[in-house]
Design a protein around this ligand. Sequence first.
Ligand code: LLP
Length: 423
Amino acid sequence: MPATPTFPHIRQQIAGVAVADIVADVGTPVYVYDAAKIVERIEDLAAFDVVRFAQKACSNLAVLDLCRRHGTLVDAVSGWEIRRALAAGYPDHGQPPPIVYTADIFDRESLDLVIQHQLHVNCGSPDMIDQLGDHLSGGEISLRVNPGFGHGHSQKTNTGGAQSKHGIWYEELSDCIERAAARGMAVTGLHMHIGSGTDLQHLSRVCDAMEQMARHVGSTLVSISAGGGLPVPYKEGEAYVDLDAYFQLWDATRKRLESGLEHGLRLEIEPGRYLTAESGYLISEIRAIKRMGGNLFYLLDAGFNDLARPILYGAYHPMSLAPADGSQDRPMQAVVVGGPLCESGDIFTQEEGGFVSSRTLPKAEVGDYLVIGGAGAYGAVMASNYNSKPLAPEVLITHGATHVIRRRQTFEELIAAERILPE
Ligand code: LLP
């Protein structure tokens, strides 16, 4: 792995396939994933006993199937994520559990599915222990603990501390172990996820908290999970995390805990972004170029209905131009990049708080394609139908071949569940 990735200004190809060919096949906007990059990222984490894909990052069935075939297990945070995992071929039974339901509530459907398939549950609220206990006699559960601190790339992705709704407050751990025992359930797993897109320094603090909590649980414990949160570089100059150092910290924690036990402890990691972010691109067409006072705007046919991260978090995504005339070189200029939606916040170059910023990109013509990188995690999965825009298609590239893994939504599908009242 290089120390830092490079993001080209001009990009005519994705994983060996011409952007123009993809567009000719499926049009724009379109999400494209490079399967080899996902596999590479899975392999980066091979030192961990279990890589459990947080499918919320990119849950297309073909992506789940790819992850499954490369040995990852899967996390589900909703009833329908359970159904996706099953539809992608994950078995409901096995050791370690192939599918784990991790959430802070059971809605009625997820509880039914968990019971029906007897899935392992990682409980994020004390009520979940009771609700599960009402339906099961005995069994094993994990507890997701909020260690009292957290950190994310944005305050909205910080999942620890007293302002977060996630997990069981660390001071209530003993109480929850007793609650479970009263229902005949053993706590066999502990899990901590302090936030998404955090950094090594914050992630490392989790090891100490985990060690303390694990000692409370004692001999029933068979697995500890480091959660997700591994960052990826989105900007020129940003570096990859030192995965070896991260693994060593967790492995040392695991070994210290094992020394007080008569059995081994499984070490899990639960990445979402790390596995898929860099594999994904959103290709759009530039449909208008206009000046507003001192700002030059490129307006795309993709908006925050397709990729919501900039408007939600002020997230930065790398951008490249694929000139329609095939040119490999264009002069650079500062531009603001926006989408088609009837809402002024529909800007891809913005900072947290909604402040519009500019980006230095190659000079473009209407009809050129803009390729937004780092879009494989929390891209397609967070898309909406705002302004009655259809959900974009998704394409997976494997060994230089393109496969449409989701076709563009049709107008008929968009309105299928609606009806006009009779007069
Ligand atoms: N495990 C749990 C329990 C989680 O809540 C999450 C993310 C993950 C794992 C995976 O985190 P990752 O490795 O991807 O950082 N929409 C936001 C991210 C929200 C993440 C929610 N939970 C974004 O676009 O940055």
